[in-house]
Write a protein that binds this ligand. Structure first.
Ligand SMILES: [Zn+2]
Length: 261
């Protein structure tokens, strides 16, 4: 296809430009997980980031001015999810809207749900629409790599989920067996999370993941990258289905990082 060819050529041109040193510093400072990556992974992430920054439309809202720090920080975190995927660089994301701090959601719920009154949010992935993010939450999530919360991972996980046209907590997988295993493991974990939180018991995942299957996948993705060692220890089956989808092993990466390698 001519369009694809042009796109490929354009991407090659983007990648011929050097990756600015200032951008590396943005990644290091605002995305601590970047420092956990191997040299090859960092290179791959920088390439994805460079194309992502260029191809997406960036819009500052509520007085926020978009600059390289905003673009690179969001692009880097979003692209971490793609490191092991045969991806399409979020072809379902055209624009990213960034607010300085807490925003009220638009009336467009990603799954068509009616919003009950204005409720502050840190981000939103609009189905067939933009990703909306709050800059102070993005920075907070990226700088605290082990608290289980990262709004960029969360919203871009929704976008991966949406790639197959349904928002049901299952991103596009490869084989029938993969779908079967995914459904079995995620259903059990989802029900367990709901039951425990209904009874007021402590849960590993944020109880927000019990709202529906789509939120479950987005929340589980946050923990998979933010608290991988704990997830592997306490929820091994969930860790494994996520690992087989993302084709990454963040727990091993973190272990290596802690060992100083
Ligand atoms: Zn969500």
């Amino acid at each position: 296809m001519l369009i694809n060819w042009l796109k490929e050529r354009r991407r090659r041109e983007i990648l011929e430009r050097p990756f600015p040193e200032a951008w590396v510093n943005h990644l290091r400072r605002n995305m601590v997980h970047y420092t956990f990556l191997s040299g090859a992974e960092q290179q791959h992430l920088r390439n994805l980031t460079q194309v992502f920054v260029e191809e997406k439309d960036w819009e500052g809202c509520g007085g926020l001015e978009i600059d390289d720090e905003v673009r690179v920080t969001i692009a880097g975190q979003a692209c971490l999810l793609l490191l092991g995927l045969d991806h399409v660089l979020y072809r379902n994301v055209g624009a990213i809207l960034v607010y300085p701090s807490t925003v009220l959601p638009t009336s467009m719920g990603y799954d068509g749900q009616v919003q009950r009154g204005p409720m502050p949010i840190l981000g939103q992935a609009v189905y067939r629409g933009p990703v909306i993010l709050v800059w102070d939450a993005v920075k907070r999530g990226g700088a605290h790599p082990r608290d289980g919360h990262n709004v960029v991972y969360h919203e871009f996980a929704h976008k991966l989920d949406m790639l197959d046209g349904t928002v049901n907590g299952t991103p596009p997988l490869h084989t029938k067996e993969q779908y079967a295993k995914w459904a079995a493991v995620c259903t059990a974990e989802f029900n367990d999370l709901r039951q425990r939180s209904e009874r007021g018991r402590k849960t590993f995942l944020d109880p927000y993941g019990g709202v529906n299957e789509a939120e479950f996948f987005a929340v589980a993705t946050e923990y998979f990258f933010d608290q991988p060692v704990q997830m592997r220890r306490g929820h091994e089956a969930l860790y494994e289905v996520l690992m087989s989808f993302y084709n990454q092993d963040p727990a091993e990466r973190e272990r290596r990082h802690r060992a100083g390698g």
